[in-house]
Ligand binder design. Sequence first.
Ligand code: PAF
Length: 283
Amino acid sequence: MTAPILRRLADLRALTRDWHLNGEVIGVVPTMGALHQGHLSLAEAAKTACDRVIVTIFVNPKQFNNPEDLANYPRTEQEDAKKLAPYNVDAIYVPDPDEIYPDGFATTVSVSGLTDAMEGEFRPGHFDGVATVVAKLFLQTQADRAYFGEKDYQQLMIVRRMARDLDIPIEVIGCPTVREPSGLAMSSRNQRLSEDGLAIAAEKHRIMRAVVQALESGEEFEALASQAQADLLAAGFNEVEYLQLRCAEKLEPMTHAKRPARLFAAALVDGVRLIDNLPVSPV
Ligand code: PAF
């Protein structure tokens, strides 16, 4: 069954008020649309654990530091609604832009520390845009649980911090990255890759897994990182923005996998920026 598409906050609030009055647990899956299996796995996880599920679709201009990237972002609302039909979500919230950023909107939610490196360094302002829109979506949906993919692991940590710091009563749940059979992490950006680009992109996962294996057998990160960067360029990536080992909780840089860690990478192929991360078990 196709879920109703709501565009006005008042309509969403009318629904959630009744659901809460009935004691139902509400889950939210925030997205920017162009849904793929990764998003659908979040809807599925939410539907399994919650009585009601809202999927939000909003291409948030405030988190794009590159206007071309914003203009090229796929917008596929009708297809998205069809893809969600088998998951029996209860509402699709596609807010009109003025429901998120009304005239004169002047507030920014900014999380310090966790936002300094990696995506924060290469996409200035990106996480302020994410934290601001996610705070609004949490408050607008009044959800009890929110589902995010671990593919955007830094985002997940930032959103969790923001909700705790602002006492927003919501549990932020991270779900495993969904991958293509080639190992490539699913992303709406993959649609922009050529056939050659897709083959190159898949190499990233193989190269990152080799680094994880070496870290888990006690090797030091620096030498592995130089080799892996060279391997990524040799595989056909045009640029490697970063390849970093950081602790899984506070995202502090690490030289060895002595605590639970994650290996993070961002690299460009076909002019498309692809990010990924893998868990690293402590030695
Ligand atoms: O991960 C995304 O798609 C976006 O950053 C999010 C969380 C929906 C906020 O716009």
